[in-house]
Design a protein around this ligand. Structure first.
Ligand SMILES: Nc1ncnc2c1ncn2[C@@H]1O[C@H](COP(=O)(O)OP(=O)(O)OP(=O)(O)O)[C@@H](O)[C@H]1O
Ligand SMILES: [Mg+2]
Length: 235
């Protein structure tokens, strides 16, 4: 397996570490059969990729095998953003029959964390994801990894995250604090529920400590949890 080099997002801050630990614990309590997780949000830029990376890396500790999949086939920015070098082929190559699964999964410098990036933009991402090949990909990696974290596009714009979600065990919604209105999050919850996708939780991201209980400043990870019943009652 080929190896990539990259810059990982910084997650040394104690609030981020704390938030990620809570998220990890909640995922563990979702049960053993919850291992393929779709990360989505309402609108772009809420922090899906940052949270997906940090979560994958945190999960890869303690000898576990984790695969992070960049499934935003419309906007393949992950490679550039994290200065990932050494990638020839991405998920879109696999989904169009131009590469085998093994050719699109790379080792990273983080022990236990493997990565598949989106690859070049394809004309019809929704049909590529709603395919036997994508199902086969998920079926196969499910056998090999302890967790598969799928970084999906925001649901306010395109339906891809519901398509992806159908083949996974549930979704986590990343919400940028103070920016996203309740109604917009409720719409995302409705779309996921209509697609019969289990909502595993929500990450409240870019929490501004000035309005929190802590004395220091700046944007940090926060975490809050919606159970399925909470989501129902908020409809
Ligand atoms: N907790 C955080 N604290 C501070 N900045 C953050 C945090 N999370 C994300 N960011 C910043 O917000 C921006 C958007 O983050 P990211 O790319 O992870 O979002 P995204 O939801 O994946 O966006 P897109 O929808 O475009 O894929 C980046 O500049 C990132 O560095
Ligand atoms: Mg992203």
């Amino acid at each position: 397996m080929k190896k990539v080099t990259m810059d990982f997002p910084d997650m040394q801050d104690y609030r981020m570490v704390e938030g990620l630990n809570q998220l990890k614990t909640n995922l563990a309590f979702c049960g053993k059969d919850i291992k393929v997780i779709t990360m989505t949000s309402s609108v772009p830029n809420e922090g899906k990729s940052s949270v997906s990376f940090s979560l994958s890396r945190a999960l890869a500790e303690h000898g576990r095998k984790i695969l992070l999949v960049d499934a935003d086939l419309r906007k393949s920015v992950m490679a550039a953003k994290y200065h990932i070098t050494g990638i020839d082929k991405g998920l879109s190559h696999y989904l169009t029959g131009q590469a085998e699964k093994e050719e699109v999964i790379y080792e990273t410098e983080a022990e236990g964390l493997h990565l598949a990036v989106a690859g070049p933009l394809s004309p019809d991402p929704t049909s590529l994801l709603d395919s036997e090949l994508f199902q086969e990909f998920i079926r196969s990696v499910r056998e090999e990894y302890d967790y598969i974290i799928i970084d999906a596009p925001p649901l306010g714009l395109v339906i891809d995250a519901v398509i992806i979600g159908k083949y996974t065990d549930g979704a986590v919604i990343v919400i940028e604090q103070g920016v996203i209105k309740r109604k917009i999050v409720q719409d995302v919850i409705k779309k996921l529920k209509r697609g019969e996708i289990r909502i595993l939780g929500a990450v409240l991201n870019k929490v501004d400590d000035r309005i929190g209980a802590y004395g220091d400043y700046g944007h940090k990870y926060g975490y809050s949890y919606y159970g399925e019943q909470d989501a129902e009652s908020k409809k």
